[in-house]
Design a binder for this molecule. Structure first.
Ligand code: ZN
Length: 245
């Protein structure tokens, strides 16, 4: 516990530095305080899987549901510090299926239906579902964002987030990809993306994804993507600071 708090403090210092650099770049003020672009934004973060649904298994026993929840908490902390109104679809190791549906072996549909309802009821300005990837070959690697085909805002957020993944995470040449088969993304409008934060079937990525330090880097990449997505426009005269002219 003590160790966790110590590393957390170091982490916050790193975030402040990063965010300060970004804030200076975008000209949006003191990063230690609220971020104008994020203040009051409703953002839903979905930690993939949970409970009986572990998601993908890593080659050394890593479990997707544990990693997605850890990263979701870290993203939520960063967003809340910046002033966003953050909602997590789950905050413990459980899925969202109802007991009756679970008993009737309709767990997965029930879980996805309830996640969708949770998100829609909050009418978020942005939605990010966090998952880990898995492939038959251990060679596959790289974090990747996915958006619903034809969803322009989802595409914009996914492309910004993919750029942050490429710049800030383990090497990847992947591009944001569109799909039309994902249950949640089909049913959630606006800036909705699914973030596959790495392959648990790849030894290097699996080893990183269980480390708190790398989880923090992933959270920061997601956070800085949202910060950029919601950044006040540089062309908007209301945002221009005379001292910056
Ligand atoms: Zn998953």
């Amino acid at each position: 516990m003590r160790e966790r708090r110590t590393s957390r403090r170091g982490w916050r210092t790193g975030v402040a530095a990063w965010a300060a650099a970004l804030a200076w770049t975008f000209g949006i003020g003191d990063a230690a305080a609220a971020e104008p672009g994020l203040v009051g934004r409703t953002i839903v973060i979905d930690a993939g899987h949970g409970g009986p649904d572990g998601g993908a298994m890593g080659i050394n026993g890593e479990v997707e549901k544990t990693i997605t929840l850890a990263v979701a908490f870290k993203v939520a902390d960063l967003l809340r510090e910046a002033g966003a109104d953050v909602h997590l679809t789950r905050t413990d190791d459980d899925d969202l299926a109802s007991d009756e549906d679970r008993a009737a072996r309709r767990r997965q549909q029930s879980d996805l239906r309830n996640r969708t309802r949770f998100v829609r009821e909050r009418s978020p300005d942005a939605f990010v579902s966090i998952h880990c990837n898995s492939a038959p070959s251990p060679a596959w690697r790289g974090a990747q964002t996915i958006y619903m085909e034809g969803n322009a805002e989802g595409e914009r957020l996914a492309k910004i987030m993919q750029a942050h993944f490429r710049a800030q995470l383990l090497p990847t040449k992947r591009e944001a990809d569109d799909m039309n088969t994902l249950y949640l993304l089909k049913r959630i409008e606006g800036a909705a993306v699914l973030a596959e934060i790495g392959f648990l079937s790849n030894p290097d990525e699996a080893a990183h994804l269980v480390q708190e330090r790398y989880q923090q880097e992933v959270a920061l990449a997601i956070y800085t993507a949202l910060l950029e997505y919601f950044a006040p426009s540089a062309e908007d005269p209301r945002d221009a600071s005379p001292s910056m002219a």
